[in-house]
Design a protein around this ligand. Structure first.
Ligand SMILES: [Mn+2]
Length: 426
């Protein structure tokens, strides 16, 4: 299904009066504080986040998977779902493909469909954490780090194939996340595993087109529970530096041990010009892949504070690849993604309200109380009217969740696709 402009305009009618009141009140207040409201709204409208092709179906856990029905059963239908998200939110203007789950059968047709929906192809993701049907070698004991050269070569070739697929669609980055590691002490030689990974990544890097980036993701544990080869930002940065200028570290919010200071990590990576991408989600205990902003919205705001600072002050760092990396076990994924997009925009808007000059002055005075007042003053501002304004200006929905429900989208998809379709992915 496709949503037309009139449906959205109709859905917007009932909240418009209240929006106008809220926006005028907030815009007036912020203008008095010296903020350029139009510029903030324009930046919100420009901010686009890629939707991964595996996030449109039910995620599930190793204990079970519960469908919410009408899932997309082909890449075409996944692009349709992102089109729905983008029509409503005007923030989901890109898709991040996972290979081999979503290899296009007809490249021209997929590109045409995505173009029509105003969706770009963001970073492509390789998969060497599962064995593929008919593959000669197994990744049970690792891929790019494997002790067997034949396994490493197969994994390298897969990544090179993924680059070729992405190139045909207009992608400009390859994201590598490895499950490689060990479950028990003594199982791996740490140095050999790391060196093998570096050598393999260099072979992949050599196959990157000139205008591409290699994004190296890290994760402390899971599926291996004793050691992971690329366990933290330091390991990722070393590997990226070992490859070259086009290789960067990718930060996934859920890929940190509890209480890690993620805002400090993104800050220093930007200073060094080595932050390449960012995966949004939220977590309570580990890599929970929950809705962005559902557990620790203040931490998300502090991260955005550093990202905004970096975007303004670190020209040595390239534009980032933004992506949601979440899994949906009990919510309709499209509603979950709408909530995530809203949380990202909200944190971004609040971070833009921070008075950087006042903060710098307070830091120079070592006025710790003032520093906190400045941050929390921005955080406590209800910015939702700014998000609404950005969406309205772009032809989106005043309230994407309300519009999604008013338009009865899930039931329409179930009618179109049938109840028991299943999306490829985890
Ligand atoms: Mn990720």
């Amino acid at each position: 299904m496709e949503i037309n402009k009139n449906q959205i305009l109709e859905s917007n009618k009932k909240g418009l009066e209240s929006h106008n009141e809220n926006f005028d009140f907030l815009a007036n207040k912020l203008t008095k504080q010296g903020k350029d409201v139009n510029q903030i709204v324009a930046k919100l409208a420009d901010f686009q986040v890629a939707i991964p092709s595996w996030a449109l179906g039910a995620g599930g856990t190793r204990f079970g998977r519960f469908s919410f029905y009408g899932e997309p059963s082909s890449l075409e239908q996944k692009i349709d779902d992102i089109g729905i998200l983008h029509s409503l939110t005007q923030t989901a203007g890109a898709v991040s493909l996972h290979i081999p789950w979503d290899i296009p059968s007809d490249y021209a047709a997929i590109k045409e469909k995505a173009d029509a929906l105003n969706i770009k192809f963001d970073a492509v993701n390789s998969n060497t954490f599962q064995d593929q049907k008919d593959a000669a070698e197994s990744y049970k004991y690792g891929s790019l780090s494997n002790t067997s050269k034949a396994v490493r070569d197969q994994a390298i070739q897969h990544n090179l194939d993924v680059i070729k697929i992405g190139d045909k669609l207009g992608s400009k980055a390859l994201t590598v996340w490895l499950a490689d590691g060990s479950c028990f002490p003594g199982q791996n030689n740490f140095q050999t595993a790391f060196q093998n990974t570096q050598d393999s990544l260099i072979d992949i890097y050599k196959g990157l087109p000139e205008d591409w980036k290699l994004l190296v993701e890290y994760k402390p544990y899971e599926p291996n529970f004793y050691s992971t080869v690329i366990q933290d930002w330091g390991a990722s940065l070393m590997l990226a530096n070992g490859c070259g200028d086009k290789a960067y570290t990718l930060v996934d919010l859920g890929h940190h041990l509890p209480n890690s200071n993620i805002e400090q990590i993104v800050s220093i990576l930007q200073l060094k010009g080595k932050l390449g991408g960012f995966h949004f989600n939220d977590s309570k205990y580990g890599d929970d892949d929950l809705t962005v902003g559902s557990i620790k919205p203040y931490a998300l705001f502090l991260i955005f504070n550093e990202l905004v600072y970096g975007m303004q002050n670190n020209p040595q760092n390239p534009d980032l690849a933004w992506m949601i990396d979440a899994s949906h076990n009990v919510k309709d994924p499209l509603e979950d993604l709408i909530q995530s997009l809203e949380a990202i925009q909200e944190a971004y808007a609040k971070a833009m309200l921070i008075d950087q000059n006042a903060l710098k002055a307070a830091q120079l005075d070592n006025d710790v109380v003032k520093c906190q007042e400045i941050l929390q003053g921005a955080y406590r501002t209800d910015v939702r009217a700014l998000l609404e304004k950005a969406r309205l200006n772009s032809g989106g929905a005043l309230s994407p969740i309300n519009a999604y429900r008013d338009l009865d989208i899930r039931n329409t998809l179930i009618t179109e696709r049938g109840k028991h379709t299943i999306a490829t992915g985890l």
